[in-house]
Design a protein around this ligand. Structure first.
Ligand SMILES: [Zn+2]
Length: 65
C-alpha cells in the first residue's frame, strides 16, 4: 500500500465513521473496515487504528489483520 492509498483510506473511514449515528452502525463499519484493510487492530490492546498509524503498544502495524 502506498502512502497516498493509506492517507485516502484514513480519510474515507474517518468520513464514514463521522456519518455513523448509532453504536450498531459504528460497530458494523469497524468490522467491514478491518476486513477491507481500512482499519487495523492492535493484537495487544485490541484497539482499531487508521492505516496511517504505524505503531501501537510499541509494536509495528501487522501486515495482515
Ligand atoms: Zn495497542
Amino acid at each position: 500500500m502506498t502512502d497516498d492509498e493509506r492517507d485516502s483510506r484514513s480519510i474515507a473511514i474517518t468520513q464514514l465513521l463521522g456519518a455513523a449515528e448509532t453504536s450498531g452502525e459504528i460497530n458494523a463499519l469497524h468490522r467491514v473496515a478491518r476486513r477491507a484493510g481500512y482499519l487495523w487492530r492492535c493484537p495487544t490492546c485490541r484497539e482499531d487504528h487508521y492505516p496511517n498509524r504505524e505503531t501501537c503498544c510499541g509494536k509495528p502495524r501487522p501486515h495482515t489483520t
